[in-house]
Design a protein around this ligand. Sequence first.
Ligand SMILES: [Ca+2]
Ligand SMILES: [Ca+2]
Ligand SMILES: [Ca+2]
Length: 199
Amino acid sequence: MTNSVTRLAWCCAVVIVVVTNSGLASAAPAQWGISDGGNEHWYEAINISGGVTWEEANSHATSLGGYLVTLTSPHEDNWVYDNLDSYNLWIGAYQDISAPDYSEPAGGWRWTTGENWDYTNWSNGLDNNDILSEPEEEFAHYCCDGSWNDIYDVNRNSGISTRKNFLVEWDSYPVPEPSSIVLVLAGLLAAAGVGYQRR
Ligand SMILES: [Ca+2]
Ligand SMILES: [Ca+2]
Ligand SMILES: [Ca+2]
């Protein structure tokens, strides 16, 4: 019986480590509520040690069931910046190099969700490939005083990548990833099986 309990504890510990050791760290999601003039969406700043490229952040956001934050109005933009630790984080804006209106320095900007691109908050012209060492600045992040800057993801000349943490938005309260749930269930079933066999 003691061995069963011990092994059950070990299995649970392993499951917990597997589920929690994804490298992601964050606070709890915050909701932009109707009382604040919001859309009831949920938002969270996600931190990964060392940061990630924009493309990696985009994949992480999708795997979490959401998307990189879309700031489609000054109200949403201000709320997110004021209520989350948003400084320097990736947002869901990029230049679509296959779009008919794409051109450098600043044509073809899109939100990853396809929402209308009719509000921008660039920092004093920083949507214009302002630094000569960055030949293509096609991805956006919060900078400065809550305005946005464009920057390269992986520099085509040097191969150096820009690595940052990122903001995720969900239309409804985020639920745990299905893969995490499967891991938990598998671990608990395995633990239960161990206990049963040893009786
Ligand atoms: Ca949004
Ligand atoms: Ca650009
Ligand atoms: Ca720039």
